[in-house]
Ligand binder design. Structure first.
Ligand code: TXA
Ligand code: MG
Length: 353
């Protein structure tokens, strides 16, 4: 798709070209769209205080307009300009985890337009730690509303190429800062009432509970939302991160999981793939000859696995695979965030064996 002439510029985070950032900041100030790297995933940015600018984000992504945006800031003074009631709990989390991959939900001030918050009275705010993101926000002089820079429904972008694939011709500028550091979106915590994780991420429940007393988990993190059981983060109700392939997650003891997958894959005459880990790959050796067997890597390195989730989801489609069987991970620590993204990508097809 094309329409706009998108300027694509490579920027090295270790040696930032300030003229590029100034140009990008001018685009933001003038109500345009700039895609930029953050430490989690790429974001698609616009001035969060400009109603028309944030509307353009929804058009470029094909995003439903009831799905609110995260405002990105680069100083705590900006926080006070856009939200009310920053509680002591919120202050403790900010002290410990900002700048970084944590988004907090506050009550918004009236200057934040409805098109940024999808009509909600609350606003999601994040202070990213990526240098390019920080420079861009500072130079723009406004909070930058930025969802992940993918077409709505596709996996979040972790590389410049992903953003170009989805948004070339639809935005004014794409800053290609290479591969992002973390690869999963930020942890979202609602701090307007009892602190509750709405979307798990690198900052885990365990890490949060070392700083504040108790953090709840929204029920829809792993369970399928229903009409009377809606997720508090509106975006979590959409089929997300979805590859075109049918993704099936299989949970249980590793050898039983492998036996089940091998049998199912053998029954199918479609192009199948199996996603396992180094520790379990022997279970498949010589037994799954019609499937592609791939490993996430070391089961004990969840950071590495988390980093690869969106990459795999995009690669599956590039390889033209019809059905992917994926071993489940333990739903604790970072495993919860990985399972949250995989479960949604699978349209909640999780099979216990
Ligand atoms: O790491 C990240 O958070 C990335 C980078 C670019 O910062 N951004 C990101 O944005 O993942 P997005 O739009 O893809 O996801 C934001 C999520 C959505 O599920 C949305 O519904 C939820 O945050 N959200 C935003 N504002 C909210 C609010 N006021 N209340 C509840 N949920 C909210
Ligand atoms: Mg997203």
């Amino acid at each position: 798709m094309s329409g706009m002439n998108t300027e694509i510029v490579k920027v090295d985070a270790a040696n930032i070209d300030e003229t590029v950032i100034e140009k990008a900041a001018d685009i933001i100030k003038n109500g345009g769209l700039v895609a930029f790297p953050t430490e989690t995933v790429y974001g698609l940015g616009a001035n969060a205080l400009d109603a028309d600018a944030s509307k353009k984000i929804y058009e470029a992504k094909g995003r439903p307009s009831d799905n609110p945006l995260i405002a990105h800031i680069a100083s705590l003074d900006t926080l006070d300009e856009i939200v009310e009631d920053v509680s002591d709990v919120a202050k403790k989390l900010i002290d410990k985890f900002w700048p970084g991959p944590m988004t907090l939900i506050f009550n918004k001030k009236p200057n934040v337009p409805d098109s940024t918050t999808g009509g909600l009275d609350t606003l999601a705010v994040r202070f990213p730690s990526n240098e390019i993101a920080m420079e861009l926000i500072k130079k723009s002089g406004v909070p930058i509303a930025a969802p992940s820079a993918n077409t709505s429904g596709k996996p979040s972008p972790t590389k410049g190429e992903h953003v170009i694939e989805d948004l070339d011709g639809k935005v004014d500028m794409i800053i290609d800062g290479g591969e992002v550091g973390l690869g999963l979106e930020s942890t979202i915590i609602d701090v307007t009432g009892e602190p509750t994780i709405l979307r798990p991420g690198f900052i885990t429940q365990e890490m949060l509970e070392q700083v504040i007393e108790e953090v709840k988990l929204d029920q829809t993190i792993l369970e399928k939302p229903t009409e009377d059981f809606a997720p508090k983060a509106p975006g979590m109700k959409y089929r997300h991160y979805a590859p075109k392939a049918d993704l099936i997650i299989v949970r249980g003891e590793a050898n039983k999981v492998a036996d089940w997958i091998i049998k199912e894959a053998a029954k199918s005459d479609k192009k199948t793939a199996i996603l396992t880990v180094n520790q379990h790959i022997d279970f498949y050796e010589g037994k799954a000859n019609d499937s592609i067997v791939a490993s996430w890597g070391d089961l004990n390195d969840m950071e590495d696995i988390a980093h690869k989730v969106f990459n795999w989801l995009r690669k599956i489609d590039e390889m033209g695979i019809d059905i992917v069987y994926c071993e489940a991970f333990e739903e604790e620590g970072l495993g919860l965030a990985v399972m949250n993204r995989l479960t949604k990508a699978a349209g909640y097809q999780v099979i216990d064996v």
